[in-house]
Design a binder for this molecule. Structure first.
Ligand code: NDP
Ligand code: PYC
Length: 338
């Protein structure tokens, strides 16, 4: 059993900023990264909350990330806004470009943000939910490192490649999903390893290509996509959409770039924004009602919507003012953060 300890919500943010500053990120980057970690930890997303401070540190130690770079947004009159993260973590670049993406989606009906040359370690839902908070639908995807075998294969060539979508709902939490297209996220396997727990069947193969439930053998071998050939095809789409389509690296190229030094993958990100007003010919209210009928039909039969667990965790943790974190992780982070 993993022993959990309570950490005050404000301490999650402060510990993150302190640790990130100490390991070499500028204040602007530290604050942007810490906000992402805070939101994930607040919502009990253990694999991409405080745990990811270790990856941020490892990325800095590997020596290729620029902890101080200012993102460069390219001027554009069209619906595409391009930002060069300039070898920094992605989050500051995304934050600074988001208002422009929203403005362009409202003007053109659809708009895209492409982020290039970024190190990327984070969950995607906070970014697509910034769009749904503004009444837009959002879709985002990124490659990672080539840890994942395609359906029918045994060797890593794809990333864990998350896909996130958020749909605005008037007066309600948005409909959001955000998941790796591998059966398990890499971070989840790392948490199983730390907790000494076996993986479920069907998540990974070992270095010889045999099915394994041993987390270390899975990390040394290859992960598998969810849903067989269907998840595999989605994962390939993400490689293309957030790789060659936007002039950036695939997961295999990201892995080669890392030269075995570890740390966060290095590649691009695409975020798409859709304005229901333009796309429905101005009939937003009628179509919102139809979307709500769809959600009601799902909920009425006892199924749950994605993110429901997360919104419940957010409400609970916000009300009590603390989150629960594995003791061993907290002790490690306290040492790192000074
Ligand atoms: P999970 O498997 O934990 O969850 C995937 C989604 O499915 C969530 O929206 C979740 O909602 C929903 N869900 C889970 N169970 C159910 C259910 N029974 N019914 C309906 N919906 C359900 O996600 P992953 O472990 O695959 O990914 C975790 C995070 O890791 C993501 O945020 C992702 O962006 C991030 N990641 C980042 C990568 C990167 O390269 N930057 C790579 C891979 C992953 P809920 O949260 O409410 O349970
Ligand atoms: O959990 O698969 C993962 C992951 C990769 C990069 C950041 N998180």
């Amino acid at each position: 059993m993993t022993e959990m300890v309570k950490v005050a919500l404000e301490e999650v943010r402060q510990l993150s900023v302190r640790t990130l500053s100490r390991v070499g990120y500028s204040e602007r980057h530290a604050v942007a990264i810490a906000e992402m970690l805070f939101q994930c930890q607040r919502d009990d997303c253990q694999s991409h909350g405080l745990f990811r401070l270790l990856m941020c540190h490892q990325t800095m130690k590997a020596g290729k990330v620029d902890g101080h770079a200012t993102p460069q947004i390219y001027p554009s009159d069209g619906a595409i806004v391009r930002v060069d993260a300039r070898n920094a973590m992605s989050l500051l670049a995304v934050n600074e470009t988001m208002p422009l993406l929203i403005e362009k989606a409202r003007k053109f009906g659809m708009a895209a943000m492409t982020v290039n040359k970024c190190f990327h370690f984070s969950a995607l839902w906070p970014e697509v939910e910034r769009l749904s908070e503004k009444g837009l639908a959002g879709l985002s995807m990124v490659p990672s490192h080539s840890w994942v075998a395609p359906a029918g294969g045994k060797r890593g060539v794809l990333g864990t490649n998350p896909l996130a979508f958020s749909w605005p709902r008037a007066g309600k939490d948005p409909f959001t999903f955000d998941f790796a297209t591998s059966g398990f996220a890499r971070g989840e396997i790392e948490l199983y390893l730390r907790a000494g727990k076996p993986l479920p069947e069907g998540v990974a193969v070992d270095a010889e290509g045999n099915p394994t439930t041993d987390p270390q053998a899975a990390l040394d071998g290859a992960m598998l996509t969810f849903g067989g050939y269907k998840g595999s095809a989605l994962s390939i789409m993400i490689e293309l959409m957030a790789g060659p389509l936007i002039d950036d690296l695939t997961s295999t190229e990201s892995m080669a770039f890392a030269e075995g030094q570890g740390g966060a993958p290095y590649h691009g990100q695409i975020i798409l924004a859709f304005d229901p007003y333009h796309l429905s010919g101005g009939r937003v209210a009628e179509n919102d009602a139809r979307a709500e009928r769809l959600f009601a039909d799902i909920l009425n039969q006892g199924a749950r919507l994605p993110s429901q667990r997360r919104f419940e965790a957010r409400a609970r943790n916000t009300a009590r003012g603390y989150v629960e974190v594995p003791r061993a992780l907290l002790e490690e982070l306290m040492k790192l953060g000074g």
